[in-house]
Design a protein around this ligand. Structure first.
Ligand SMILES: [Zn+2]
Length: 441
């Protein structure tokens, strides 16, 4: 058997050390392993019962013990506990390099004839001594027993190849994330209620609602009630100053639109509608900056059939913007006629195709983006455009008349472009283009 010493421990060269590999990474020394090395199990039971092992010392990473077998002289053993193997030398020299009975019975005795973990006896690299006294270790020796632990001042000593006591590796468990404080909490949110069904619409209002958040606190799990100004107020949570102000605006919007009902776009709206619109617009303008702080802002298109309790199915996340789009027009030459079309740009991008119209807003339902008109004049112009499939057709012969009646006014308020026949790049509209001889354009 060859020596399999820990590199940090130099075993005395004048002694033969017999190596007993553990055969496992846990430094467990099994009885069976010992049987295999000795060649047979306890050949003489008396030995097992009457072996006397006395621990003497631990120096230079070597345990020294004496062993007294019943019919033999007392022998001195040197035991080295390595990370992967136990090495033992005996005064008898182990003739034939076989594990001798002294070593075998002594180790079995020290193991109390049980499978034993040797981790408590493994202190590779920590055995340094000053004037014969251990520097890092507290070594306590009784006759049949040796206890080693780190000196208190060093706390938990790192063992080479083993790690710290109680943690051979850092394996942090994954704990469930602590739910946010507003998990499953009653909260106040705001909803944009609107109805825009083709040619019929209702005036959009903002309304507070109470709801309960989901586990993560990021969204609504279920809705309780809309807080209507004509119903008992039931939210008991704290409200910010902004929320208090928003509620006031909401109640005013509710009051204003109570009698405006649904209106067809194509007809002249009712007197109540016309009267309510400017005030409603002002309320929206004042409410919008306050809404930026609100965490639960929803839109609900089913205003036509709404009741006291928001239906989760109808409620969508939304964002409401002010002063965020521009209106323009483009006159397109289509050979024998012209079309006048709207151009609505959001962040410089032409979004005309994606935006729908409802009173006071244009919106992209799918993306949940709602854009409040800039002015009531814009509202009027947009309603005019949207009313007729967003497109107006003009015969070539009527261009001059169109200019005088419409485009002159439009172009002094909005950007108007002109796209020549088969042209790809729109040009700035000017009166010259429109009133010049159509045959030469
Ligand atoms: Zn021996």
């Amino acid at each position: 058997m060859k020596r399999n010493a820990n590199p940090e421990t130099v075993l005395p060269a004048d002694l033969f050390f017999y190596t007993i590999p553990y055969g496992n990474p846990d430094m467990m020394l099994y009885k069976e392993t010992m049987y295999e090395h000795f060649g047979h199990t306890l050949p003489n039971k008396r030995h097992s019962l009457r072996t006397q092992t006395t621990c003497l010392s631990y120096h230079d990473d070597l345990f020294t013990v004496t062993v007294q077998l019943p019919v033999d002289e007392r022998r001195k053993l040197f035991i080295h506990v390595g990370r992967n193997a136990l090495e033992v030398a005996c005064e008898c020299g182990m003739p034939g390099e076989h594990l001798c009975a002294h070593a075998y019975y002594s180790i079995m005795d020290l193991m109390h004839y049980k499978n034993t973990s040797l981790k408590d006896y493994y202190w590779a690299g920590l055995q340094s001594e000053i004037k014969g006294k251990h520097r890092f270790l507290d070594v306590q020796i009784n006759s049949g027993n040796i206890k080693i632990k780190p000196k208190q001042v060093f706390g938990n000593l790192y063992k080479s190849g083993l790690g710290f006591e109680g943690a051979d590796k850092l394996n942090l468990k994954t704990y469930p994330i602590k739910p946010k404080t507003d998990s499953n909490r009653n909260v106040l949110g705001f909803a944009l209620l609107y109805f825009s069904g083709g040619s019929i619409a209702k005036l959009p209002i903002l309304i507070p609602f109470t709801a309960t958040t989901n586990k993560s606190g990021t969204d609504i799990a279920y809705y309780d009630y809309y807080l209507r100004s004509d119903r008992p107020y039931t939210y008991n949570g704290e409200m910010t100053t902004e929320q208090l102000m928003l509620c006031e605006f909401c109640y005013e919007m509710f009051r204003l639109t109570k009698k405006t009902g649904k209106q067809p776009y194509s007809n002249n709206p009712s007197e109540e509608w016309v009267k309510a619109l400017p005030n409603l617009f002002k309320l929206w303008q004042r409410a919008l900056p306050l809404l930026s702080q609100e965490r639960f802002l929803k839109s609900c298109i089913n205003y036509g059939t709404w009741n006291d309790k928001p239906r989760k199915f109808d409620m969508k996340d939304c964002r409401i913007y002010a002063k965020s789009f521009s209106i323009g027009f483009i006159l397109k030459d289509r050979c024998d006629y012209f079309t006048l079309e709207k151009m609505i740009k959001v962040s410089e991008t032409d979004s005309s195709e994606d935006l729908w119209k409802m009173p006071l807003f244009v919106f992209n339902w799918r993306e949940g983006n709602y854009y409040l008109v800039d002015s009531l004049r814009d509202e009027e112009v947009l309603n005019w455009v949207y009313r007729f499939s967003n497109k107006m057709t003009i015969m070539r012969a009527d261009l001059n008349d169109l200019h005088n009646r419409f485009i002159a006014e439009l172009s002094s308020n909005y950007e108007v472009l002109y796209l020549p026949y088969k042209g790809k790049k729109p040009q700035a509209y000017n009166s010259f283009v429109a009133i010049s001889d159509p045959e030469n354009s």
